[in-house]
Design a protein around this ligand. Structure first.
Ligand code: C2O
Ligand code: CU
Ligand code: CU
Length: 537
């Protein structure tokens, strides 16, 4: 870790010197000092956060009527160059709606309404869209078995059955999910309902102003400032890490705020990185309020000082920028943690010598900054939080079958119940309408795995043998932390830990339905840490 930090600083200095020299041909190959984007260094945070507007990239699209979505290769400017932003090859969803053009639109739709979209694959490779967190029939779910070839088309038509919340959509192309999602094929899918409107009215939340979708991703860029994705053996096994941290595709982002409360809809859209989120001013950690998790609002606002966010998970938070003096800087950070705290010392990670090291200059678990908030002068607007946000009906697990799910490692591959993914194999069947408790255990010989279920939301019942960095914040009973509250579709399982979740397999789709259960570390998913399960009619 120390060595990589040192390298980061050295390359930063070298690049700075080179750019000062500025003229020889060799130097011209390094047109841009992206080394200076080290997210550990607070002074690097200078670029205004990208905030979605009514059209264009990540434009907010209120879905009315059918959509025509095109997955296409494009170039997209992410890193700023010496004069113009450096355009980088990127994959995008393009669409037009009500006379406006969008790239990777933030889709917004009312709960209970029909969603109709066609996907045209204008990429040079197969693809498919999965609606992460949505309860759809299997044929609409974007299962890798639905992957369409280049030039193909897929028609989606389903009713949005989910409650209001922050969902998202991304590629689920068979064997290509990690690469394609990393290259851009992902955005938000926001569902509205009465709970959401009540909250917005109570807190004066306006999307794009005081209610900010914020996708956090770590990426690597080559010396030309273009996106890089070349996992070696070690990175394929552990997951691909970036060393430039993007908030809404903005590296080292800054956002001016007034002394009031903001809702941040945080999405971890990274391939493999886990974030330990906290707001910090100077050396002081500031509390924030959690409003919701993966599947919408939790029962009541909960004030906390930190929360983990694993790939695929969402956390809706309310942050009061009025709690510090105007002029102060606040950083949304990822605090240091030990991804292998419970790990068996004779563990697999120690056997990985010879597999190469991560090419990222930012190891998993080091502390760094994500977003800088600058508090502007202005009248302090206090906020009165509603006492209740929503009602969560607890799944009754009386008489429910308890199913053992064991994560494991064999031949440098992570498995689920000893299985690796086969398109036509079904790991097990559950009965439609049944409630099951899944007891997911992760051996000490491993790493943290964010486990995700398609088709159904679940409730976290209990965490056992959690690492101390997690159990220290587990004040919600049965080892649960704030991120375990409400309705979930993704849950992080740490080395040595067991997590029990309750799932109600009721649905109103005709016949049997096959869904996925997989690790949302996208390199793990593509490597087969994924199974099919069938909900039998
Ligand atoms: Cu967000 Cu199957 O994934
Ligand atoms: Cu999903
Ligand atoms: Cu995994």
């Amino acid at each position: 870790m120390f060595k990589r930090r040192q390298l980061f600083q050295l390359t930063g200095v070298a690049a700075w010197i080179y750019s000062g020299v500025g003229h020889s041909k060799e130097v011209a190959k390094v047109p841009f000092r992206h080394y200076a984007f080290d997210p550990v260094a607070a002074e690097n945070f200078q670029k205004k956060l990208f905030i979605p507007v009514a059209s264009g990239p990540f434009g907010v699209l209120d879905v009315v009527g059918p959509l025509k979505i095109r997955a296409t290769a494009a170039s997209f400017p992410i890193l700023p160059g010496p004069k113009l932003p450096i355009s980088s090859p990127f994959l995008l969803y393009q669409t037009e709606h009500a006379g406006k053009a969008y790239q990777n639109p933030i889709l917004r739709i009312e709960s209970g309404t029909r969603f109709t979209a066609s996907l045209d694959n204008a990429l040079a490779e197969p693809t498919i869209i999965h609606w992460h967190g949505l309860h759809t029939p299997a044929s609409m779910d974007g299962h890798p078995g639905s992957t369409i070839a280049a030039g193909g088309r897929y028609e989606y038509d389903f009713t949005v059955r989910n409650r209001g919340g922050t969902y998202w959509y991304h590629t689920h192309a068979h064997g290509l999910t990690a690469k394609q999602a990393y290259q851009g094929l992902a955005s938000f899918f926001l569902v509205d309902d009465d709970d959401q409107r009540r909250l917005a009215a109570a807190l004066d939340l306006r999307l794009g102003v005081t209610d900010l979708p914020l996708v956090i991703q770590d990426k690597q860029f080559d010396v030309q400032g273009k996106l890089r994705y070349q996992p070696n053996a070690q990175e394929s096994m552990m997951g691909w890490l970036g060393d430039i941290v993007l908030a809404n595709l903005t590296p080292n982002a800054v956002q001016p705020v007034t002394p009031r409360s903001y809702r941040l809809r945080l999405l971890n859209g990274s391939n493999a990185r886990i974030y330990r989120l906290a707001f910090v001013t100077g050396k002081k950690q500031l509390n924030f309020t959690v409003l919701g998790t993966d599947g919408g609002l939790i029962e009541r606002p909960e004030s906390v000082a930190e929360a983990f966010l694993a790939p695929g998970e969402r956390l809706d938070v309310l942050f009061d920028a009025g709690q510090v003096k105007p002029g102060a800087d606040i950083f949304l950070k990822s605090l240091a943690f030990d991804p292998m705290e419970n790990e068996d010392p004779a563990g697999a990670m120690k056997e990985m010598s010879g597999m190469g090291t991560s090419s990222s200059r930012l190891d998993m678990g080091v502390e760094f900054n994500i977003l800088k908030l600058i508090v502007m002068a202005g009248e302090r607007i206090p906020v009165t939080l509603p006492a209740t946000l929503s009602q969560i009906n607890t799944i009754s697990t009386e008489g429910a079958r308890e199913r053992k799910i064991e994560l494991s490692l064999a031949d440098m591959r992570f498995l689920i119940n000893g299985l690796t993914f086969h398109m036509d194999e079904t790991a097990f069947e559950v009965k439609r309408g049944a409630v099951e408790v899944w007891r997911i255990s992760n051996p000490t010989l491993g790493m943290p795995h964010p486990m995700h279920i398609h088709g159904f939301s679940f409730q976290v019942l209990e965490r056992l043998n959690s690492p101390s960095q997690l159990s220290a914040t587990a004040r919600f009973g049965k080892g649960r932390t704030v991120g375990d509250l409400g309705w979930k579709d993704t849950v992080l399982v740490w080395p040595g830990e067991t997590v029990r979740i309750a799932i109600d397999f009721s649905h109103d789709f005709p016949g049997s339905q096959t869904y996925l259960f997989h690790c949302h570390n996208l390199e793990h998913e593509d490597a087969g840490m994924m199974i099919n399960f069938r909900v039998k009619a």
